[in-house]
Design a protein around this ligand. Sequence first.
Ligand SMILES: [Fe+2]
Length: 179
Amino acid sequence: MYKIDVGEGVKKLINEVVGFKKNNDQDGIVKCLQEMTENPEAVISSLPDFDCDEVLLYVDDYVTVYYIATSSKILYPPHEHGMIAVSALYKGTETHVFYNRDGENVVERNRVTFEAPAVVDLTIETVHAICTYDDEPNQGLHFYLGDLEGQKRTLWDSDGKNPQQYIHEKYLSLSRPFN
Ligand SMILES: [Fe+2]
C-alpha cells in the first residue's frame, strides 16, 4: 500500500520489484534497480519535492520502500534490518560503515563508498551505518524485502553499544555530525 502519492514511474518500479520478490528472484530485483539508477528520470519526475530526508513510500508483506536523501556529513547509528535490504542510489555518494557482531555489541569492520549509479545489496545479517561525505544530500530508493515496519530489529549507539529495539526517533537522536 502506498503511503504517499507518487507518479507512475515509481509505481512501475515498485510493481516490478514486488513481482520479482514474489518469485524469489533477487537477481531480477538488483538488475531492475541497476537500470533505474542508470536512468532515474522517470523515478525523479514521479516523486514530489520532499522537505525531509527519509520518506516511507510503500509497504506490504513483500517489500518496504523508502526515499532516502542522506544529509551531508551526518553519521547515522549502526542498525540491522532483519531482512535483505537493497539501496538503489541515483544521486551522489553513499558511504556504508559495516560492523561485525561482538557479543551483544558491534565493532566497525570497514567503510565502503558507493557512487551513483549504484546498487548495494545487503544480507539479512548485515549491520551497517550510513553517511555521505558529499556537500549536499545524496538521493536514492531503499528497498527492504519484507514488512520493515513490523520487523523486530536492533539499533546500537554510535560506539556500537547499548543494543535496543529500533525506533526511528531514537535512530535520529543517535546520529552525529562529522567533518
Ligand atoms: Fe540501513
